[in-house]
Design a protein around this ligand. Structure first.
Ligand SMILES: [Ca+2]
Length: 339
């Protein structure tokens, strides 16, 4: 009995210790974050942001622990290719995209012609990024970017993004009242990061503000972005292949950071089982990707495999994930069959 009581007491002390420890570590994190905000403001002002905007925008910035959780657990890191693509390109997505296209046909057709970007690709990107504007994100972007800048993993990248965002507010290109988006600081129908807004976003309807949550500005901005980074209309993005066992490992790409060992399609003839059935120009430059090698333990290294072309790499510019680019191009093809 006495032993039981003592054990209970010990457990209570242990729990109290844990609570006080986590409270004090939360206090330290908040305290360090506040100091970081002050340091960041000085850096922003030195980079050309006005003191007024730096003070105003950063005054409500808070540390968001969930942002760090999301950063460490992205689906690109753990879902196999088949699951990832299937979830994002299903029939209901195609139906929703077609309904939006029907409603906004005039605008979308005009943008397709003007920027030479297929409407199917624009719809696919919007569908995958935000489910056609349904998931624009409700996070305070300033706090998201500040949290990721304060965090060590990709501090330099996010600090630069946050300074760009402050400059966009300072130059009145973006209204600070509407800065709600994804946990990673992306914004609008096509989830643009601040740098993408600065480099490619357009006030297409010429009303003096860039509205990336509205069809005209967001579609034109996405089309302008794809055009400027070199997407070529009516050239394929990827095609699925079955590899022979004799394929040397050096031709199997599994990192989105750089696609290596590109050759003409015909060069790979002896390595592809279904070569004669491929419906692509044999002189196109291509590379082979096998995206499941790195993340799926014990994955059969040769499946799934894809031949990818220059356009595929343009989608990697948009978002550096092999699966993301495959899903976008798959959904694009699904739309092409319907429109
Ligand atoms: Ca506008």
């Amino acid at each position: 009995m006495l032993l039981k009581k003592m054990l209970k007491k010990l457990i209570c002390i242990y729990i109290l210790l844990i609570i006080s420890f986590s409270q004090s570590s939360a206090f330290t994190a908040n305290h360090d974050f506040a100091a970081w905000v002050q340091k960041f403001k000085r850096l922003a002002i030195k980079s050309g942001v006005s003191e007024k905007v730096a003070d105003e925008v950063m005054s409500n910035a808070t540390y968001l622990p969930n942002v760090i959780k999301y950063d460490r657990f992205q689906p690109e890191f753990y879902e196999d290719t088949f699951t990832y693509i299937k979830k994002r390109t299903n029939k209901s997505k195609v139906r929703k995209g077609l309904a939006l296209y029907k409603k906004e046909k005039l605008t979308i057709d005009r943008i397709e012609k003007e920027f030479l970007i297929e409407k199917e690709l624009l719809l696919a990107l919007m569908g995958i990024e935000t489910n056609f504007g349904k998931y624009l994100g409700k996070m305070d972007i300033v706090s998201s970017l500040a949290t990721l800048s304060f965090d060590k993993r990709r501090s330099e990248f996010f600090t630069k993004e946050l300074i760009i965002l402050l400059k966009l507010v300072d130059q009145k290109i973006i209204d600070k009242k509407i800065l709600f988006g994804s946990w990673a600081g992306a914004f609008g129908n096509f989830q643009f990061m601040p740098r993408t807004i600065r480099n490619y976003a357009i006030d297409y309807n010429k009303n003096s503000t860039i509205e990336l949550k509205k069809t005209e500005d967001s579609f034109a901005s996405a089309a302008n972005y794809l055009n400027k980074i070199g997407w070529k209309k009516n050239i394929p993005c990827f095609t699925k292949i079955n590899l022979n066992k004799n394929i040397p490992n050096k031709y199997l790409n599994s990192s989105a950071r750089s696609i290596k060992n590109k050759k003409k399609v015909k060069y790979f003839k002896k390595y592809i089982k279904d070569y004669k059935d491929l419906k692509v120009d044999r002189n196109l430059e291509a590379a082979i990707i096998t995206p499941d090698i790195d993340i799926i333990p014990g994955a059969n290294t040769h499946t799934p495999a894809y031949l990818v072309f220059a356009n595929y790499e343009k989608i990697l510019n948009w978002n550096r994930s092999l699966r993301f680019a495959l899903a976008v191009c798959t959904l694009k093809n699904n739309f092409r069959d319907e429109i």
